[in-house]
Design a protein around this ligand. Structure first.
Ligand code: FAD
Length: 526
């Protein structure tokens, strides 16, 4: 069945997650006629807001912004299209198992509260500046198209040149220090500079968030660089909560896409990418409808794109093998609690409850929480990042009530005992940890929703329930993301491009893969 839409579109974007929307909006602004096909009945993918109990709304998966691509925000005029933060940058709070919490204010701990001693204060100040300088070297690589090893363009050569210059500007000692540290584990780096367990636990948690790594796993510092290369509202290292939950970010992108003339079609499941003579020439929906276009952009998972939608017979076997080796089994679960009143975390001032509260009281806690995940078991004492978004945005909960949103690790996708049996036990383990830090919270719960990686895969079409649509480890980054042969948004098929988090630079709510992919399409297709 050929659609009435046949021939009407220059480009089809598969997947209306935030990257698909960013890509579509950018392409639409070049005058192209663009169609976005989204399988779910709403746009946004993992950047959504949903009602999980009557009157309680929450960011469905991603809940904190820390890396929105500034070029995209400006280029698509997202503020004009309704992007708003519920307050300015929010602090991070490292909750302790024994004593006072530690509040880190400003951009990634620019200011620490008075509970930390002088030696750790100055050790942190030194380490923080060092990390920001080093992340700054990687930043251009983590925001633009990765260098093309085969045929480097002038722009890419100058990117490498400017990185070399930044390195030189660091001076000989710092250059050596960067080269020493870049592939280290975060625990060892922290040990060299600070002693405070709360601070070290928080930083170790951040470095391993969304990854199958513990703080003592080699290269775990890279996750921290990735975070510190991000920015919000012009402030590097800042973090913020979007007003209306993460769905509001997707809604702003959708409005930008519509304003650029794109057609957005939710409830449209793409079943196949049509290939003729080695060229992608359109898609077939699950109901048999065929829609043709000269360019097809896939903003969904790369493995799904090639193995399910294109089909292995259209690409070479080496490429299929590489795709099969991509690691993407998620470890992060999402917990939503509808509370009849705001919880009180022990020792924490009322205002600080609006921040990001991290339960990862030491590096050992994070490492021990990770260990069982290696063997298919969940953490009996999980670590987590909590927000109470309705404190800053009362539209998310009924009057007087409160929403708790938490990302909880480690919850392996392939739980040995199976998630049907494991989920209630894991929820009990999470609630036991929460109860230690916010006594009485259990009694206040009206409704709990726990999404395991298996739930995330099923509900959001994210294979493995993986944060980044593929591990962010050194062998799966830059020109090896998602794999050699499909890097830099190009693919082995003419007319087919990638644009989702599985592509460079990776996941998180940034819009960078989508924005960069649009530029690449324009470069290649004219
Ligand atoms: C538990 C968890 C917590 C997270 N928290 C944060 C956070 O706080 N901050 C942050 O920055 N990041 C966070 N992330 C990461 C972030 O959510 C993702 O990296 C990001 O949303 C990926 O965006 P995307 O547009 O590339 O893909 P997706 O959001 O996955 O969008 C892909 C879209 O394609 C659609 N689709 C799939 N198959 C088809 C098909 N066949 N036909 C049509 N449509 C299809 C899907 O329905 C989906 O809408 C979190 C991730 C997880 C799992």
């Amino acid at each position: 069945m050929t659609s009435s839409e046949a021939g009407r579109f220059d480009a089809i974007v598969i997947g209306g997650g935030h990257n698909g929307l960013a890509c579509a909006a950018a392409l639409g602004r070049t005058g192209r006629k663009v169609l976005v096909l989204e399988a779910a009945d709403r746009l946004g993918g993992a950047a959504g807001t949903h009602e999980f109990a009557p009157g309680f709304r929450v960011s469905s998966l991603a809940h904190i912004l820390n890396r929105l691509h500034p070029e995209m925000v400006a280029g698509l005029d997202l503020r004009k299209h309704g992007l708003a933060l519920s307050a300015g940058a929010i602090p991070s709070v490292a909750l302790s198992s024994a004593g006072d919490p530690l509040v880190l204010d400003g951009a990634y701990g620019e200011r620490l509260d008075g509970t930390i001693d002088a030696a750790d204060r100055s050790g942190w100040s030194e380490l923080r500046s060092l990390l920001f300088r080093q992340a700054g070297i990687l930043k251009p690589f983590l925001s633009r198209r990765p260098p093309d090893l085969g045929a480097m363009s002038l722009g890419q050569a100058s990117l490498l040149g400017s990185a070399a210059l930044s390195l030189r500007r660091l001076g000989k000692e710092e250059m050596r220090e960067f080269l020493r540290m870049v592939l280290m584990n975060v625990a060892d780096v922290l040990d060299e500079h600070v002693g405070d367990d709360r601070l070290k636990g928080l930083v170790a948690f951040d470095a391993t968030l969304g990854a199958h790594l513990g703080p003592r796993s080699p290269t775990s510092l890279l996750g921290l660089y990735y975070r510190l290369a991000g920015e919000v509202a012009g402030v590097t290292g800042a973090q913020a909560l979007p007003k209306g939950g993460m769905g509001a970010v997707a809604a702003a992108l959708a409005r930008a896409a519509e304003a650029a003339g794109c057609k957005l079609r939710p409830s449209a499941v793409v079943g196949r990418i049509m290939v003729e003579k080695g060229r992608a020439c359109g898609v077939t929906l699950d109901d048999g409808e065929e829609i043709r276009a000269r360019t097809v952009v896939s903003a969904i998972n790369p493995v799904t794109t090639f193995l399910d939608l294109v089909g292995p017979r259209h690409v070479d076997t080496g490429f299929v093998r590489r795709l099969g080796h991509i690691r993407m089994k998620g470890d992060a679960a999402k917990l939503h609690l509808a509370l009849d009143a705001p919880p009180r975390f022990a020792g924490l001032a009322e205002e600080a409850h609006r921040g990001r509260l991290v339960i990862a009281p030491s590096v050992d806690h994070v490492e021990k929480a990770f260990n069982p995940a290696k063997y298919g078991a969940y953490s009996p004492e999980p670590v987590m990042e909590i927000t109470l978004p309705s404190l800053g945005d009362p539209s998310l909960a009924p009057a007087g009530a409160c929403v708790l949103s938490a990302v909880v690790q480690f919850a392996p996708y392939a739980l040995k005992q199976g998630w049907e049996a494991g989920k209630p036990k894991f929820l009990a383990a999470i609630m036991a940890v929460l109860e230690c830090h916010a006594p009485g919270i259990g009694r206040s719960v009206q409704h709990a929703e726990l999404l395991t990686p298996a739930d995330i895969e099923a509900r959001f079409r994210m294979p493995g329930g993986h944060w980044h649509h593929g591990e962010m480890q050194v062998d799966q980054m830059l020109m090896n993301r998602p794999v050699h042969g499909a890097d830099g948004y190009d693919t082995p098929l003419d007319g087919l491009f990638l644009a989702g988090a599985g592509s460079h630079p990776g996941g998180g709510i940034s819009g960078a893969p989508g924005w960069n992919a649009a530029k690449r399409v324009v470069e290649v297709r004219g």
